[in-house]
Design a binder for this molecule. Structure first.
Ligand SMILES: [Zn+2]
Length: 105
């Protein structure tokens, strides 16, 4: 009878070992999902906030034109400077991010 007990117990231990290993694998996968979820949440918040900044964008502050990209993407007020007008359109350029905005005369 001891042999039966040992045989059954050995099978149970082998099955339990497999399940523990599977549980560990799933724990790891869940941790990766948590990391991905945290990153997605952060990206979502960043993009939602950037999109909402359009409502507070001031194209001109104290007579200085402001770069729209710097405001929307980084919440920074940077001047956008008119480059030499060589033609029909004026070209405004931000020295911080390189954003260019052509403006009809
Ligand atoms: Zn800029």
């Amino acid at each position: 009878m001891v042999r039966l007990n040992d045989a059954l117990k050995a099978v149970a231990e082998a099955l339990a070992f497999d399940r523990r290993r599977k549980a560990e694998e799933l724990r790891h996968k869940l941790a990766l999902h948590d990391e991905a979820r945290t990153k997605l949440r952060s990206d979502l918040d960043t993009n939602a906030a950037a999109g909402a900044r359009v409502y507070t964008y001031k194209p001109v502050i104290d007579a200085v034109p402001q770069c729209p990209r710097c405001w929307i993407q980084r919440a920074r007020q940077e001047p956008i400077i008119e480059q030499g007008s060589g033609g029909e359109n004026a070209l405004f350029k931000c020295s911080e991010c390189g954003c260019e905005v052509p403006v009809d005369p």
